[in-house]
Design a protein around this ligand. Structure first.
Ligand code: ACM
Ligand code: ZN
Length: 550
């Protein structure tokens, strides 16, 4: 490993290479050591571009998204140079950075940049593509250089490998503020991610205001206390809670959209519903004394699938969710739903009989009941023009006809994604073994914050080397692997700096899996590029893990 640290040290020194041009003017040079690695950077025989005060950023008139893009770029350039850059729809003097839409790009998120003595041109077929071009420029510049910057002449041709480049934040176990969620979205944008999977409901906390069911937040968003550590049996005797109003949620949706990130909300059912049951006990099999969860693990207390009012509840909740979140995909959970209550419940058993569900050697009748509830809700969502994503348990009992499967249970082998793909379904890869960022980075946990007890540590290089499209599929089948996602589950992560520590620099490694073609990836190259990205983490005040920088 020693040589890796030397490379890191050397590259740290190179990042801010300083050129003394004359006695009064000092310039620095941008380099293109960017993460995720672009597909192609081709040197051009030309003098470099000089980024100095007064360079105008041009964007097309009557395009608000491009205006936003121009403003992002102006802000990034100001961070780098300390100077102000006007944005405008036209300019007839001086050099410009132009942002323009051009339909010649096949991939909707592709971009091209030409940097030459005359100026900088970023083109893409969508505003999202332009945004990634802007991120490329941002990450090429020295941070806080406070000088003019020289940009060597190059052409960049870039596009993402996967259309789904996700990160999950669990706010059910611990609540994170609106500003913290926005920072998480900023962290994603820095790494060219485009799907924020927001896990909003849990046994231990319901976080989304639903106007028709006010008790979900009045009661369900607060737990009376929390177990300390990994279910130690000692409790902190302090209530923990919080939720987002619909107004706040809509504001965060806009904030993410400005950064070309779609929020995929998750309302996890029929399991992981204990907070909802505490709020509306009539939704359970027993009407029993439910309370918002105070420990971690899988609860047996799930929605009763035998009564119509459960389905009405789900439709009502989802109707409000659809009003807040324009995403085509809605995540319906479907994971970790024990069937013990359903086996005992006369309402669930009557429903099983009524619709003729039977056990066979593949599935129990209760598993088929779970498939019934998911399929029924899929029909509801499909009729409203939306699609469902569910955790890989939704295969049990039969897969809903149009569902996308999120693969996570590595210990069950390759059956889930294989079955899904062979049946023509899309799959998103988020394997427990590589993509669960609540695991420790290193096997020696002496100096690590609280993390999962099992010994599956997930190093940054094991993430980097993970290949999300498994061998053994035809070219057509491979297209069903639409992307990959890192998950930040928070049972053991109660503060936002801890969220950042578990996410960074893992997001950097993940972003090269998501974006860069596999034949171009190179871990040593990645380590060589990383210090430049770390400067941005430092400048933004992001916490991050430093194992690679001993
Ligand atoms: C999960 O981690 N329960 C999807
Ligand atoms: Zn029941």
């Amino acid at each position: 490993m020693k040589h890796i640290y030397i490379i890191l040290l050397v590259s740290l020194c190179l990042v801010n290479k300083v050129y003394a041009v004359n006695e009064t003017e000092v310039r620095q040079t941008a380099n293109y050591r960017v993460i995720p690695l672009p597909q192609e950077i081709i040197p051009i025989q030309d003098s470099p571009f000089l980024l100095e005060a007064g360079v105008t950023i041009l964007y097309p008139s009557n395009n608000k998204k491009m205006q936003k893009n121009a403003q992002f770029l102006a802000n990034y350039l100001q961070v780098a140079t300390g100077k102000k850059f006007p944005i405008a729809t036209q300019s007839n003097k001086g050099s410009v950075i132009s942002l323009s839409l051009d339909k010649k790009h096949n991939n909707p998120e592709a971009y091209q940049i030409i940097i030459s003595a005359n100026g900088v041109k970023i083109t893409a077929s969508t505003e999202a593509g332009i945004f990634y071009g802007i991120q490329f420029l941002r990450k090429s510049l020295p941070v806080n250089a406070n000088t003019n910057i020289i940009l060597p002449a190059v052409e960049v041709k870039d596009y993402p490998r996967f259309s789904y480049r996700g990160a999950l934040l669990d706010v059910g176990r611990y609540f994170f503020t609106v500003d913290e969620v926005k920072t998480f979205i900023d962290m994603m944008a820095l790494h060219n991610m485009n799907r924020f999977h927001w896990h909003l409901t849990e046994d231990q906390g319901w976080r989304i205001e639903i106007k028709k069911y006010p008790k979900l937040t009045q009661i369900g968003s607060i737990r009376k206390e929390t177990v300390i550590g990994r279910n130690s049996d000692i409790y902190d005797h302090r209530p923990h809670g919080g939720f987002y109003t619909q107004k706040e949620l809509k504001e965060i949706v806009r904030y993410a959209a400005d950064r070309h990130i779609t929020i995929i909300p998750e309302v996890d059912f029929p399991g992981h519903m204990q907070a909802a049951l505490a709020s509306y006990p009539e939704l359970g099999c027993t009407n029993g004394a439910y309370e918002v969860g105070t420990r971690w693990g899988v609860s047996d207390l799930v929605l009763c699938a035998g009564q119509e009012k459960t389905y009405q509840f789900l439709e009502d909740v989802l109707t409000e969710v659809l009003d807040i979140f324009p995403s085509e995909y809605i995540h319906i959970g479907g994971d970790e739903c024990p069937k013990t209550e359903w086996e005992k419940c006369h309402k669930c058993q009557a429903r099983i009989k009524e619709i003729g569900l039977q056990s066979d050697k593949l599935h129990t009748k209760e598993e088929r009941l779970q498939s019934y509830i998911i399929t029924r809700m899929e029909r509801f969502l499909n009729a409203k023009g939306r699609k469902i994503i569910g955790w890989d348990e939704i295969l049990e009992g039969g897969l809903a006809p149009n569902a996308t499967v999120m693969y996570w249970r590595t210990w069950c082998g390759d059956k889930a994604y294989t079955e899904a793909v062979k049946q023509g379904h899309d799959v998103i890869m988020t394997p427990y073994k590589y993509m669960y960022f609540d695991h420790a980075y290193v096997s020696d946990r002496t100096n690590e914050p609280l993390c999962l007890a099992n010994l599956n540590n997930i190093t940054t290089d094991s993430i980097y080397n993970y290949e999300p499209v498994p061998a053994g599929f035809t070219t057509e089948e491979q297209k069903h692997f639409i992307g990959v996602q890192g998950n930040v589950w928070t049972e053991l992560i109660s503060t936002f700096p801890h969220v950042q520590y578990m996410s960074l620099p893992r997001f950097a490694a993940l972003s090269e899996i998501q974006w860069t073609m596999p034949e171009k990836k190179n871990y040593h190259n990645f380590l060589y590029h990383l210090p430049q990205l770390i400067q941005i983490y430092d400048n933004e005040g992001y916490e991050y893990a430093k194992h690679l920088f001993k």
